[in-house]
Ligand binder design. Sequence first.
Ligand code: TRP
Length: 339
Amino acid sequence: MTERVLTGDRVTGKLHLGHYAGSLKNRVALQEKYETFILLADVQALTTHFERPEVIRRHLSEVALDYLAAGIDPERATIFVQSMVPEIAELTVFYSMFVTVNVLRHNPTVKAESKQGGLDEMYYGFLGYPVSQAADITFCKASIVPVGDDQLPHLELARKIVRRFNELYKPVLVEPKPLISDMPRLVGTDGSAKMSKSLGNAIALDSSKEELALTIRKATTDPARVRRSDPGHPERCPIYAYHRAFHPDGTAEIREGCESAAIGCTACKERLTAILERLLEPMRERRSRYAGRLADVDDILMDGTRRAREIARETMREVREAMSLNYFDAGHSAPAAME
Ligand code: TRP
């Protein structure tokens, strides 16, 4: 059997170049080799957006469109909606019986994300989202999970849950391995450490030609390079970081040109715009093919979800059997009330 890959995104906004560099590009390659599952994590998005579920609603099809535009092929990859696979919620409950609160509250990513307040202010669903993420991964027995390094604690927990389940009951679940992106996190156009829509320093994947050019023109450069004749410091410039990420072959030339002041910021930005334009143009084309037929995007999500559910039902059947919770399961079918 080919190995399964599962990964996904919290549905809180449109995707940007940081997502492309850090994960989408890799997914497009992975779908050629593995059976790939991509999850629109709407339940996980609720952990922070439960008061504004319309944000999730609004972005569901947009994120799906970003996937399709980036080259994720619905014939190869299964794109599906987390909340529409109830077996994931079911598994989350079962797993949560043998995960201690202590393990969850020491999860470094949960800690970092909870900002202030600590446990006193923390919601039960938020504290437990790594358990739900383990259910996301294990329902389809994924063995490979491409993620950023902030997700490693969650992967470690998922592995622990699998080992514990298999040892307590029966070896039904598959231990997932993380696949860490080798791309450094993409900086924002303001030079801050992370590109993020909420920080207003992102380059949206659906930028038009004009928007792209304007965003790059307005982006921060090395603050120490005041005059055209001043030598620049590429390491302090987001434009250089983008050259490195999206046109590695030209990086040395840009570096030398910047450090010797042979090339000015305007020219350097124009070159970058051309490079990014070559990346975004085919995405725009794919996007426009779907944008007129949003019903087709919904169909893709429904088909993917149906497929994910079939697999989830089968895993759930094995899980219940392993846990001796397969009451009334004389035949193959579950009682009607469970359907
Ligand atoms: N927590 C992940 C993120 O913020 C999204 C996610 C949800 C995920 N479930 C997953 C990633 C399962 C990998 C596997 O990016």
